[in-house]
Design a protein around this ligand. Structure first.
Ligand code: NAD
Ligand code: DAU
Length: 334
């Protein structure tokens, strides 16, 4: 099989490439990545010689057409992915997430290539903290941020290209990923690297917001299950029943790293901050037989802390610029 992985130098895409090299050595991988601030060739260390790497933009129609023409499958991870950045400047989100997805869809349509679209549970908006429900594939779209609105737009393009043009596409909407090689702008790596730097973790507001955590390798095994056996036109929700509120996650990281559980700062809350995400993953479990392997969030978190301890050379180059950007808008409240 020949597969084009867009965004393969980012967090989830690079872990997908690494996992695929370990488990499917016969698959021939081409990575297309613009190497924005969020992409790094260091994330492909150990496999760079075994893949074809192309630096470029998913919205570059000629380049994407040429690459897609030679593939059996395209899996589209490339995106602007951070909500806080989308609040500061939405424009790259519209370019990459909407125009980029449109560009890839047109290429897979022309060349009749199987397409898998990586998306997020944030397209559904949020749930109330006391709502016992979870998101399902039938939940109505109701995105809150410029990031999630552009991801919702990209999903709807995929659905239209399936129905109108017969494109052979599937979509997955996954909950919050954690694990190695995640940019230090994101919640868990930001707190781990702050503590390693002797700085206090930063909690937005009261920290009652709930996220549904899944290890990145579990996300990617589900993506492979969908590529191999998913039904064209179907949306699959991916999650591992990992709900936890942000305050509890920060306290847990502090304890795992030998610090007092209350040694964090509360900072300016995120505008429009979604309250709770929760995934009903029954379809991917029951139809495709997928099961998460990292059942215990505590063990996965401890392993992630060890990865950042052992790989300072990977995250150090991005840390100061990330914190400087946050300092422009975030103030300590208590
Ligand atoms: P990331 O920000 O770590 O990586 C994004 C990658 O895309 C980077 O390598 C970047 O260089 C590349 N990229 C950005 N713009 C590009 C462009 N115009 N052309 C080519 N490459 C470009 O993101 P991530 O967290 O790995 O997320 C990957 C995908 O998974 C996204 O589609 C995201 O919406 C989705 N997702 C993420 C999560 C999560 O928790 N991180 C959960 C569910 C879904
Ligand atoms: O649900 C899937 C989504 O998860 C993906 O689509 C996004 O690409 C990914 O970034 C993530 O979005 P979130 O906004 O949930 O993730 P983030 O890591 O930015 O924040 C997680 C929670 O932690 C959120 O409630 C905000 C809070 N937070 C975040 C940071 C960076 C803090 O309290 N302190 C922080 O320093």
């Amino acid at each position: 099989m020949r597969i084009l992985v867009t965004g393969g130098a980012g967090f989830i895409g690079s872990n997908f490439v690494q996992l695929t090299r370990r488990t499917r050595p016969d698959v021939r991988i081409t990575v297309l990545d613009k190497l924005t601030y969020a992409g790094s060739l260091a994330s492909l260390a150990g496999v760079l010689d075994e893949v074809t790497f192309v630096e470029g933009d998913v919205a570059d129609g000629a380049l994407v057409d040429r690459l897609v023409a030679d593939q059996d499958v395209v899996v589209h991870f490339a995106a602007e992915s951070h909500n806080d950045n989308s609040l500061a400047d939405p424009s790259p989100f519209v370019h990459t997430n909407v125009v980029g997805t449109f560009t890839v869809l047109e290429a897979v349509r022309r060349h009749d290539v199987r397409y898998h679209h990586i998306s997020t549970d944030e397209v559904y908006g949020d749930l109330a903290l006391d709502d016992p429900g979870k998101f399902t594939p039938d939940t109505a779209y109701n995105p809150s941020s410029p990031y999630s609105a552009t991801k919702a737009g990209s999903d709807l393009l995929v659905r239209a290209w399936v129905r109108s043009f017969g494109v052979r596409a599937t979509i997955s909407n996954c909950s919050n990923n954690y694990g190695p090689r995640q940019h230090v702008e994101k919640f868990i790596p930001r707190q781990i690297t702050n503590i390693l730097d002797g700085q206090r973790p930063k909690l937005y507001g009261a920290g009652r917001n709930v996220r549904d955590w899944i290890h990145v390798d579990d996300h990617n095994t589900a993506v492979w299950a969908i590529i191999e056996a998913g039904r064209v036109g179907q949306t699959y929700l991916i999650g591992a029943d990992g709900e936890a509120d942000n305050r509890t996650v920060i306290e847990t990281i502090l304890e795992l790293m030998g610090q007092p559980a209350d040694a964090f700062d509360q900072v300016t809350d995120r505008a429009g901050h979604d309250l709770r995400y929760a995934i009903d993953a029954r379809l991917v479990r029951e139809e495709l037989g997928w099961e998460p392997r990292f059942g215990d969030f505590l063990d996965g978190l401890a392993a992630t802390i060890e990865w950042y301890r052992a790989n300072e050379a990977w995250w150090r180059p991005m840390k100061a610029a990330t914190e400087a950007k946050y300092a422009l808008s975030q103030r300590i409240q208590s």
